[in-house]
Design a binder for this molecule. Structure first.
Ligand SMILES: [Zn+2]
Length: 367
């Protein structure tokens, strides 16, 4: 592993934030296809396992046969991930904490942001989830990602709890994410260090600490759409692809909330009331391959500008959103693009490789 830039593909492995969807459709099926695709290119990724979902399922397994099946399939899928030598880490959607199931729908907590919970609740959520993964799979997690990307401020209790659980990397911060909804409010609009690993200020994860800290923040790479320049030909291609996609994708993606129980939030992130700046970051989003290529060029350029012996780059993906063959084809093209264009400078690793080699990088500290 001598190349300059290490890229970890990370996947948030979960059902929908509202507790909707099945393990088979949103986790089992797409994660197997995703792993096959990566294996074809000699890549092992890191799956951030949303563990509170499984803890809720386990609570209801004795009472409900179908939930028991869901929970068994979750476990089987995770075992497959491990057997195939992919990495597992911790992802938490705190809304599953003390959730209840009415036989058809989950009623989840209204707070989708872990920093809004009490200290002892945060401890129970994180420590209990770390233990579950250790007991079930014999794996000690070393990296964490907050659900809804929400890691504060206030960040102190969360970061201290990660530290207590010997978690070395937090990868929750994504430059440009802004949520102002009923379930989560996040403002990563103006970050002092959007692209490079840094020691986070424990009071506010967005800021750089004056001292080195046991938990290092490695932000998810992102790029504002307005930073991208398209040529005329690219613009035409984008328009054509856009139309084709609309024809191919006939199934409505929006849920009909009139048919859902009222406790399910309709606009958890406040997208309806806000003019959101378009961002490119999760690989599973509807970005065109042209945009994805521009994103990775931008990301790698940023790393080369810092001119370190070794750089760590984290990319994010959501297997739950990978539901069409064309999306896998696009990802394949994207990976081949990176492997061809940057074959002498880029190496794909897991986030565990990064955690084991933090001494190779110089996380930024406030001078
Ligand atoms: Zn998530």
């Amino acid at each position: 592993m001598n190349n300059k830039i290490w890229i970890a593909i990370t996947d948030d492995f979960e059902l929908k934030g509202e507790g909707l969807g099945s393990v088979y459709e949103l986790q089992y099926k797409p994660s197997l296809s995703f792993m096959n695709l990566l294996d074809d290119h000699g890549i092992k990724a890191s799956f951030f396992l949303e563990t509170m979902q499984q803890r809720s399922f386990l609570n209801y397994s004795k009472k409900n046969k179908s939930i028991k099946n869901e929970s068994s399939l979750w476990e089987k899928t995770v075992k497959t991930i491990i057997d195939k030598k992919f990495d597992i880490q911790l992802h938490i959607h705190p809304q599953w904490f003390r959730s209840s199931y009415d036989g058809k729908y989950w009623e989840l907590d209204k707070r989708w942001d872990i920093t809004k919970y009490k200290t002892e609740e945060i401890d129970e959520i994180i420590t209990g989830s770390v233990s579950l993964l250790e007991e079930k799979f014999g794996k000690k997690v070393v990296a964490f990602r907050a659900g809804s990307w929400a890691a504060g401020p206030p960040s102190k209790t969360l970061l201290k709890t990660l530290e207590k659980n010997r978690i070395k990397i937090d990868s929750s911060v994504v430059y440009g994410v802004r949520y102002n909804g009923e379930a989560a409010k996040v403002n990563y609009g103006n970050l002092p260090c959007p692209y490079y690993p840094y020691y986070p200020d424990y009071d506010d994860v967005r800021k750089i600490s004056k001292i080195t800290t046991p938990v290092v923040e490695i932000p998810v790479q992102a790029m504002g759409r307005n930073n991208i320049n398209y040529s005329t030909i690219e613009k035409i291609k984008l328009r054509i692809d856009d139309r084709l996609n609309k024809l191919k994708c006939r199934h409505p993606s929006n849920l009909d909330y009139t048919k859902l129980p009222s406790h399910i939030p309709q606009d958890p992130f406040g997208f309806a009331k806000e003019n959101k700046e378009e961002l490119t970051f999760t690989l599973s989003s509807e970005h065109n391959i042209i945009t994805l290529k521009k994103m990775i060029d931008f990301v790698i350029k940023k790393q080369l500008e810092r001119n370190q012996e070794r750089s760590f780059v984290i990319l994010a993906n959501h297997t739950k959103d990978l539901q069409r063959k064309s999306q896998f084809t696009k990802l394949k093209k994207f990976i081949q693009y990176i492997q061809n264009k940057y074959k002498n400078s880029v190496q794909f690793v897991t986030i565990r490789d990064m955690a084991n080699n933090l001494s190779l990088i110089n996380p930024i500290v406030k001078l």
